[in-house]
Design a binder for this molecule. Sequence first.
Ligand SMILES: [Zn+2]
Length: 505
Amino acid sequence: MSLAVLHSRALDGLAAPEVTVEVHLANGLPSFTLVGLADTEVKEARERVRAALLHSGFEFPTNKRITVNLAPADLPKESGRFDLPIALGILAASRQIDAERLARYEFAGELSLAGDLRPVRGALAMSLALRRLGTQRALVLPQLSAREAALVDGLTIHPAAHLLEVVQMLLPGDAAQTLPTAVAERRTTSASTLDLRDVKGQAGAKRALEIAAAGGHSVLMVGPPGTGKSMLAQRFAGLLPPLSEMQALESAAVLSLNNSFDPRRWGQRVLRTPHHSASSVALVGGGSPPRPGEISLAHEGILFLDELPEFQRAALEALREPLETGRIVISRAARQAEFPARFQLIAAMNPCACGHHGSALRACRCSPDSIARYQGRLSGPLLDRIDVQVEVPAVPAPVLAVAPDGETSAAVAARVAAAQARQHERQGCLNAALAGDAIDVHCALSPQTTQFLQNAAARLGWSARSFHRVLRIARSVADLAGEPQLQTAHVAEAIQSRRVLASAA
Ligand SMILES: [Zn+2]
């Protein structure tokens, strides 16, 4: 009888909990049993491991009873990532490699039938978990996965292209060879070259985006087709400060769960632009095993939802929780998975079905009923959570004919960076995240300004939630101006920024 124990990691949301792989060889009726995986996955893993070992020239113990146990049993496990530790466990239990050496490493990788190692998803989540734990174990991963995992500093990560390379590291005695160490590729290509200056006119919308960027507020742009809403959204990331190291790692780690992290985009804010036909699962996440949705792939970046009323109602309603909490919990059967989802929402819509309601340039063909129905597709509670609402009107031809004369993205970004620095120094978070007592402390008003705001709120029939939202936006307006104290002018501009849709009370 012989036993080998190896370490690996599963994926559970962005967490990568430890999995122990135990391989047990015994005399008895020949069999190959895997415990702790779904049936279909067991079958596939067995075939891959057996073929990979034989093709690589090893002995497969066909005359033994092989039992593989993946523990703990109640963790979600995708089979592919455990191929490498299972194959090594069989080699160790049958004394073809040195079992003593296994304790220093964690292994993950899917095997091809010929023994090649294929990348696993979520490699960055594994290395983030190792760093959090402060463990001394080195990670052995397929090449592409290793390059990704190496973005986390302070760990030893060995890339391998084939099962044989890993085995050479684990040979008994002096025969063992060291594997190379993976080096992170942080090729930050220059960020987007799209500049706010390219968008002609639209001073009001540009100002609204500046306020939103300064305080981390979500934005809804309302206007006819072809007025530059998409152009403005594509330029929004250029107004924001660079990501911190931790933000960049988290963003990359979530993208890596979906195999969509590109090292060339390291440290850049993601812009996700799902189509309005996207399902609820595609937008907020789900499936089995649970995968992150667009809102999580946009973590620390921007989620642009064009033609907002065209999205499925259920998908839009599912945005409410993450807009408040910055995370999403996906429940499926008895399990829950949590993904981060701190995204900045930029939404756009036409004011009516034909798109020209309120336009000075073209007549709207919609009846008042149909306009109300169109805008009514967005629920009050959802609109309530979108901080800034701004009109993006049709631009008259003479304005479009002149050369660009507006501010550059860099000029706006400098003011935004200064405003954000003030917020972090004063309250440790952006204004959009201010809650409870912190609003009273940091958004204190003079009696006169209080009266002004209360009158407006009564006239517009605002909820308490809307009232607080205006205070947070006013705080961002004041921070852009470098004013410690909120003035009536700041509050007045904030009120203007929430008055586009009649139903947005
Ligand atoms: Zn219309």
